[in-house]
Design a protein around this ligand. Structure first.
Ligand code: NAP
Length: 515
């Protein structure tokens, strides 16, 4: 067992462990380095960087945020091949930034973190291989869509053909000439379905439980000339990026604002999606099946330009009858039809409430994250939890800001955490631990607003927690950045707080009833 030596605490250059070398972990390591904190250990469970872009390799995987807006602010990329970049290119981009900032020498690959324990003002981070790392600060950068959700369908285990989740693609399976069943019609499914349908000899049945709101997007490649211009003049990149982000910002505000203007914009977005469906899909029966019956934006809006055309190919079948069970040779729907299949693809999404788990996270006085979140998964500004000093959760509850670029969110969260660490370095905070009162105030300000948003308007989606409350940010991007731009150190403990939990009385852990 490796035991990292505890060197005490150097306030000017504290030790930091970052869990996860995906998009957020890389941004954090770079921003910490640039702020003068170099004592960083980046722990990655896999053998390479890239997070979601390493794990999602299904045919057609791409980003539905324009490439120049899905780019770090500090590492513009004139080489993007197209307006929406494919997954492998995004992964290569993260690898190149990782290399450019020399993060290899602080990264440990194949180190899956199993436990983080706060003891004697230090975090002890333990990996599956038995290594221990001592740190002043821990950042969880595990992402929030990293635990695949498998459908609970009777007989799934008995299926004799190949079966895989969209995020666990099995490249050894030959798809050509096969009868493929895809369960789900979310962002992942709608990206892969056109690819599967266009493959030689395939026959693709799409099992749709709920129709999606789809906004039509065109993906145009960038010509060599355009890339050259981007390279020569970065202000061109900035213009594309800012325009893209502006459009996403408007879209996000249209989902949350009650103003006449944004309510009208919301209606226009919905009208445009229906117009596109009506224009694209000729068969009225198919069109009816593909028409959503809930409010636009309730589920994450799908941005896609190929799905409707693909579903009208002769080798595509849309099945809307409920799945009853899986047989050895296919899927049986409630109407009794047996759909013969060679391969089942489960594009059934992720457990969006996993966050840092299954890591066992134990904070001050033995408080576990399960106890802390017994009533509700909350983190002050999505990042800080009372009882977990010097621990920052990235992309935590209420982080997603509509369909806005998640890179921009991660970067702001990194800046927010670093601004607090600076206060700690100056001696203004003994540790960085949010006050319970600030934590409750933060959520009670959100709570009522969350329940009136479109996400709580009556559909099922990964945006919702177990109580049906949205895990999104219920306001505009501007409101979010305004909040994140102020460190608000008065919301943090100035002296060691009282014991909030002991092993004998877990009920001492805070609950929402206190709010
Ligand atoms: P998802 O949006 O959660 O969609 C899951 C799909 O599976 C839904 O259609 C769902 O139906 C269906 N489903 C789940 N369980 C089922 C069951 N037991 N029986 C039948 N159908 C079932 O998952 P996702 O498509 O993987 O996307 C998740 C998120 O990942 C996206 O919203 C996005 O944030 C991210 N993503 C991003 C990109 C990108 O381009 N940036 C690409 C892919 C994914 P219901 O609608 O009825 O629940």
């Amino acid at each position: 067992m490796e035991q990292t030596q505890d060197m005490g605490t150097d306030r000017q250059n504290p030790s930091v462990v970052i869990i996860g070398a995906g998009m957020t972990g890389i941004a954090l390591a770079i921003k910490l380095k640039l702020s003068g904190i170099t004592h960083i250990t980046l722990l990655e469970k896999a053998d390479s960087v890239g997070g979601t872009w390493r794990e999602n390799t299904y045919p057609g995987v791409a980003c539905d945020v324009p490439s120049h807006a899905y780019t770090y602010s500090f590492a513009p990329n004139p080489h993007w091949s197209s307006f929406f970049a494919p997954g492998r290119e995004i992964r290569a981009y993260f690898q190149s930034v990782f290399d450019q900032y020399d993060l290899g020498n602080l990264t440990h690959f194949n180190e899956k973190v199993t436990r983080c324990n706060y003891q004697q003002e230090k975090w002890l981070v333990t990996t599956e291989s038995g290594k221990n790392f001592s740190a002043d600060f821990v950042f969880s950068a595990t992402g929030f869509l990293h635990q695949p959700r498998y459908p609970d369908l009777p007989g799934l285990e008995d299926f004799a053909g190949a079966k895989m989740h969209s995020a666990r693609w099995d490249h050894s399976v030959d798809l050509k000439g096969k009868k493929i069943g895809v369960i789900g019609t979310g962002s992942s499914a709608t990206q892969m379905i056109p690819e599967l349908i266009n493959m030689e000899g395939t026959d693709v049945s799409v099992f749709q439980r709920t129709a999606q709101w789809i906004v039509h997007t065109e993906n145009k490649p960038y010509s060599e000339k355009q890339k050259q211009r981007f390279q020569q003049d970065h202000s061109r990149i900035e213009r594309v990026k800012n325009l893209s982000l502006y459009i996403f910002e408007q879209g996000t505000t249209a989902l949350t604002s009650t103003s006449w203007f944004y309510k009208t914009l919301h209606k226009i977005f919905a009208w445009n999606a229906v117009r596109n469906l009506n224009k694209k899909v000729k068969d009225s029966e198919l069109r009816k099946k593909l028409t959503p019956d809930y409010t636009f934006g309730c589920k994450r809006v799908v941005l896609n330009g190929a799905f409707y055309d693909a579903m009208q190919q002769p080798n595509a079948h849309l099945v809307t009858d409920k799945i009853d069970h899986i047989s050895m040779t296919g899927i049986v729907t409630a109407d009794g039809t047996h759909h013969d299949l060679d391969i089942i693809v489960m594009a059934t999404g992720f457990d969006s409430t996993a966050y840092m788990r299954p890591i066992e996270l134990t904070g001050r006085d033995g408080l576990t994250i399960e106890e802390a979140w017994r009533d509700k998964m909350i983190a002050y500004r999505s990042m800080c939890i009372p009882g977990f000093p010097n621990f920052f959760l990235t992309l935590g509850p209420n982080s997603p800001v509509g369909n806005y670029s998640v890179i921009a969110i991660s970067e702001r969260q990194a800046d927010f955490a670093i601004s607090l660490i600076k206060e700690w370095q100056k001696g203004n905070l003994p540790t960085i631990e949010v006050k319970k009162s600030a934590f409750y105030n933060w959520y009670s300000n959100l709570k009522d607003k969350l329940r009136t948003t479109v996400w709580a308007s009556g559909c099922q989606s990964w945006y919702l927690d177990a109580d049906g409350d949205p895990l999104t940010w219920p306001d505009s991007w501007k409101a979010w950045t305004r909040m994140m731009d102020t460190a608000a150190i008065e919301d943090f403990e100035k002296a060691a707080p009282t014991v909030i939990n002991s092993s004998s009385s877990p009920q001492e852990s805070y609950s929402l009833a206190e709010s």
